[in-house]
Design a protein around this ligand. Structure first.
Ligand SMILES: [Cu+2]
Length: 432
């Protein structure tokens, strides 16, 4: 396992070297050195599709800069949206630090309205709490506010604007604090996601933050199948962390494995209280960490199990249902005479289906028909992490969904080589 952690560092991401240096600096205290065997630094957390927030040192203080601003992004390649976020990213870049760190955040407001920044779950001095009016004046457009505090906790936290509508526009990010004394047993892989819901109706790229129903569900700002799969090798211990900021709770489910729940937004759960499961409700404003032994080779879905959260672009007038909805109110009562969104059932008028699933004209009189569609876009979302997935894999991937790929060593290495090649190409400004 230590070997694979070294692999991770060698192959690792741009942030890794900086992280290791920071860890060594933070863990130089003699009280830590007398423990054996040395489990080494924890693996850096991978936040698929999200950057890490870089920092500079000022004396013993880690200095971070956050810029609240409008972001043009895409949930999937064909869905452009205008969200709000930080430093060009929705959710904002991930803050990854260590218990005991002293941190400073220079927060610049480039939005057209006032904002503030709250450190969710952190036991900071009240003046640093970011509660508008209560602990500070709002940061005006064009203004800057500096937060500084010392971290004595560890676990999965997050930062967010304390203004509710701004939260629904995407002003949130992960705040991950490693413990000074590493958790045992050590994880070989560590992944984290922010779960969000959006209401962006067809043709309108700007989310409606007042909506009470949500038709786009994202993990780290991407909807499946555009979510980048998480990769590990068979037999590794894997930690998955989920943070939810939105209007719905999300029962997050993993296929093919049993996990134990090891953490909440309050930090690490004592081992005696770890409970087995495969579906964990991540409530609004909560964080959950789970750990598992990835002992089942394959490509396994991680997804919110709310059925409407396993879809993209869900609206009464989108998808196969629209084929028969013209002129009928979606609010019309559902009976044997009408379909699920109120459309009248007529003979010989089947919904149009996509991909490998053909039309079923004989079913057109079946109450409730049609329901689901199967639309593939393997090529549009292809990247090294999707290499080797079964053809048409994207047809079943929608909404708040991603994959944990439990790979044999050679397959894992093959994908890492593809990633390295792509990164070299990107660095040269070339294509793929
Ligand atoms: Cu959900």
């Amino acid at each position: 396992m230590a070997e694979s952690r070294r692999d991770f560092f060698r192959l690792g991401l741009g942030v890794t070297a900086g992280w290791l240096t920071a860890w060594k600096a933070a863990s130089a205290a003699p009280a830590l050195a007398d423990r054996l065997p040395d489990p080494g630094p924890p693996v850096p957390v991978t936040t698929p599709d999200l950057p890490k927030l870089p920092f500079t040192w000022d004396g013993g203080v880690k200095v971070f800069r956050l810029r609240a601003e409008v972001i043009e992004t895409r949930f999937v390649p064909w869905k452009e949206v205008n969200t709000w976020g930080y430093n060009g990213s929705t959710p904002g870049p991930t803050i990854e630090v260590t218990e005991g760190d002293r941190v400073r955040f220079v927060v610049e407001n480039r939005l057209p309205e006032p904002t503030s920044l709250h450190w969710h779950g952190l036991e900071v001095p009240m003046a640093m709490d970011g509660a508008e009016g209560i602990s500070q004046d709002l940061i005006p457009p064009g203004g800057t506010f500096v937060y500084e505090f010392k971290l004595h906790q560890h676990g999965t936290f997050f930062y967010h604007s304390h203004r509710p509508m701004q939260q629904m526009m995407g002003l949130v990010g992960l705040f991950l604090i490693h413990p000074r004394k590493p958790y045992e047993p050590a994880a070989d892989r560590d992944f984290a996601w922010v779960l969000q819901g959006w209401a962006t109706l067809p043709g309108n790229p700007t989310p409606n933050s007042l909506a009470m129903e949500f038709n786009w569900l994202t993990m780290n700002g991407k909807a499946a199948p555009a979510t980048t799969p998480a990769l590990c090798k068979v037999g590794e211990r894997v930690r998955l962390r989920f943070v939810n900021l939105g209007m719905d709770h999300h029962p997050v489910h993993l296929h093919g494995h049993t996990w134990v729940v090891t953490g909440t937004e309050g930090g690490r759960i004592p081992e005696a209280a770890w409970a087995p499961g495969n579906t964990e409700i991540v409530g609004v404003a909560q964080a959950r960490s789970v750990e598992l032994i990835a002992n089942n080779p394959g490509d396994w879905m991680i997804h919110c199990h709310l059925p409407h959260h396993m879809m993209n672009a869900m609206a009464s007038r989108v998808g196969p249902l629209t084929q028969r909805t013209a002129g009928v109110s979606p609010e019309q009562p559902i009976s044997h005479a009408v379909g699920p969104s109120g459309e009248p059932l007529r003979d010989g008028h089947a919904g149009r289906h996509h991909g490998s699933e053909g039309p079923q004209p004989e079913a057109s009189g079946t109450p409730g028909y049609p329901q689901d569609m199967f639309m593939t876009m393997d090529d549009a979302v292809a990247k090294p992490e999707t290499h080797g997935l079964r053809r048409n894999w994207t047809g079943g991937m929608m909404g708040m969904m991603t994959l944990l790929r439990v790979l044999p060593e050679e397959k894992y290495d093959e994908i890492q080589a593809l990633k390295a090649r792509q990164e070299r190409n990107d660095a040269r400004g070339g294509g793929r």
